[in-house]
Design a protein around this ligand. Structure first.
Ligand code: ADP
Length: 335
């Protein structure tokens, strides 16, 4: 082969190779573009699926919270129930729902107590108020002698005192509730203080044919609020007289035992049933409302006693046998 033919053949081969290379290049570019498109589509689908899945998972996870929030928004002063199915609650949320239901139960009882207290207060005030108005109406019906007017005024005063006592007791309880009733401790001889209380109520006991005995066990000096201690002892003595039997006795003793002060009021009265004993420290509770229908015994005395004993860091306990009598025992820290 001569040289010119050889060059031609070489050029033809080069052209063919270039053509092939170009074709290969184009094919590769096409494949890469198609791969990029595929990757883009797959990426978009994966991203969308992740977003949607995550959103769905979060919604699923939050759905018990949403149900709980719906249940909470359905609560009202008329219905304290938490309408929430605890069976379908995740373990993490169950204690919250339980605690919420407990708190609602407490709120419900507090609301019921408030409502009952308003009804009880109105009921207790109605008796002396009616007596007061009747006395005034009857007295005003005609001209009367000065003695009649004096008598009528004395009756009005008694009704006023009764209402005043009730209001004072309600205020004492309100102060205890609000936590504004502070103790004013000072050095007190509890024996001496109790003896003074006994002397004060003895005429009342004697008027009912009862013997009131005071048992002194030496001085019992402690740091205490004398006004509160006096209120506690006097209330217990009044009850021991009020719920006693004719010719019965009331024994009051004070002693210091192992760093604590013990005040005991023992009576020979009607006693308190086991059932009533669970409630005697509740406001407006009376074991026998008919017995204390005089309006002076509204069932607040022991609630105040318990409130003051608690405030002083002490305890109160009662032992009783029906038809035989009751013993109230107050223990206060002597320090
Ligand atoms: P009240 O003003 O009615 O006496 P309290 O709170 O002092 O109220 O007492 C509540 C109730 O507890 C009384 O109504 C009575 O039924 C009962 N009670 C209290 N003390 C005695 C007692 N010493 N003997 C028998 N029952 C008592």
């Amino acid at each position: 082969m001569d040289a010119s033919k050889y060059d031609e053949a070489l050029a033809a081969l080069r052209d063919a190779r270039d053509e092939e290379l170009k074709q290969l290049d184009d094919e590769m570019a096409d494949s890469l573009a198609s791969l990029r498109n595929h990757l883009l589509v797959i990426g978009s689908i994966t991203f969308s699926a992740t977003v949607l899945g995550g959103f769905w998972l979060v919604r699923l996870g939050l759905s018990p919270l949403r149900r709980l929030s719906d249940a909470v928004s359905r609560i009202s002063v008329k219905d304290f129930r938490l309408g929430f199915d605890n069976q379908r609650t995740p373990r993490e949320l169950a204690p919250i729902a339980e605690r919420l239901a407990e708190t609602l139960g407490l709120l419900k009882r507090a609301f019921a107590r408030e409502k009952q207290a308003a009804a009880d207060i109105s009921h207790e005030l109605r008796t002396p108020l009616a007596a007061l108005l009747t006395t005034i109406d009857v007295t005003l019906r005609k001209q009367r002698s000065p003695e009649d007017y004096r008598e009528a005024l004395a009756d009005c005063r008694a009704s006023g005192q009764q209402m005043n006592q009730l209001v004072e007791r309600l205020l004492a309880l309100a102060r205890l509730d609000a936590g504004v009733d502070v103790l004013r401790p000072q050095s007190v001889d509890a024996s001496e203080l109790a003896e003074q209380c006994a002397s004060l109520v003895r005429p009342l006991a004697e008027a009912r044919g009862l013997e009131l005995r005071f048992h002194r066990n030496g001085p019992a000096v402690l740091q205490a609020d004398p006004a509160k201690l006096r209120e506690v002892v006097t209330n217990l003595l009044h009850n021991a007289i009020q719920y006693n039997r004719p010719k019965g006795t009331v024994d009051l003793s004070v002693a210091r035992n192992n760093g604590s002060l013990e005040v005991e009021v023992k009576d020979t009265g009607i006693g308190i049933s086991t059932e009533a004993r669970q409630h005697i420290f509740e406001r407006f509770f009376r074991a026998d409302p008919a017995r204390s229908a005089d309006g002076l015994h509204a069932g607040l005395g022991l609630a105040i006693v318990k409130g003051y004993v608690d405030l002083m860091g002490g305890t109160i306990a009662v032992e009783s046998a029906e038809g035989q009598g009751s013993t109230f025992r107050v223990r206060l820290p002597a320090a």
